[in-house]
Design a protein around this ligand. Structure first.
Ligand SMILES: C[S@@+](CC[C@H](N)C(=O)[O-])C[C@H]1O[C@@H](n2cnc3c(N)ncnc32)[C@H](O)[C@@H]1O
Length: 181
């Protein structure tokens, strides 16, 4: 998956040695591998298979099998939270609560970097490489309002088209910062 300049900028925003949480970390390839070169990474994924792969690909990381929508962490325990191509697999009614919890897990000045499908889709089960895949997402302007509404300052957004099964699919990339209290 191609990450735009925004992702590279976001990855460089947190200083070396900082703590990064990856929600929906997948196999850890490539994001976890890259992040672990300079940061302490914690990954969460709902798939035990992905967690097993992530532990192989990113031996320095700490990986938890769990649901991003309900996993718990202490307040102010991360310098950055990243989540790539995952939010759209969680019902959108839960996105605001998840963003609020992410905000709580971040230290003041901490960063949020997400990519998610950019469409107004309440709930859809689509074919994905022959298996049913749950999708749910907000229009980008709605998602941006939710991010700001829970206390983040938006730093930058970008939309990137990705070719999936011969179709262009737009993804929103969003970099935000938890305002210092
Ligand atoms: C498209 S993959 C992206 C993986 C990785 N972030 C990347 O960019 O390569 C989506 C990942 O989200 C995970 N996932 C889906 N719903 C989840 C949930 N509720 N909590 C945690 N992980 C979830 C899937 O198991 C899968 O690994």
């Amino acid at each position: 998956m191609a990450a735009p300049a925004l992702a590279r900028q976001g990855a460089g925003s947190a200083g070396a040695g900082s703590s990064v949480l990856d929600l929906g970390c997948g196999s850890g390839d490539p994001a976890g591998i890259e992040v672990a070169k300079q940061h302490h990474i914690t990954g969460v994924d709902i798939s035990q298979t992905q967690i097993d792969l992530a532990r192989q690909y990113v031996p320095a990381g700490h990986f938890l099998h769990g649901d991003a929508a309900s996993v718990q962490f202490p307040a102010a325990s991360f310098d950055a939270v990243i989540s790539f191509y995952t939010l759209e697999h969680i019902p959108r009614q839960e996105h605001e609560a998840l963003l609020r919890r992410i905000h709580g897990w971040l230290r003041p000045g901490g960063f949020l970097l997400i990519s998610t499908e950019a469409g107004d889709v309440e709930e859809l089960v689509a074919d994905w490489l022959g298996v049913p895949m749950f999708m749910s997402s907000f229009d980008p302007d709605v998602l941006k309002r939710l991010v700001v509404g829970v206390g983040f300052a938006l730093l930058e957004t970008a939309t990137e088209n990705q070719v999936e099964q011969a179709h262009d699919v737009p993804y929103l990339w969003l970099l935000a910062c938890k305002q210092s209290e």
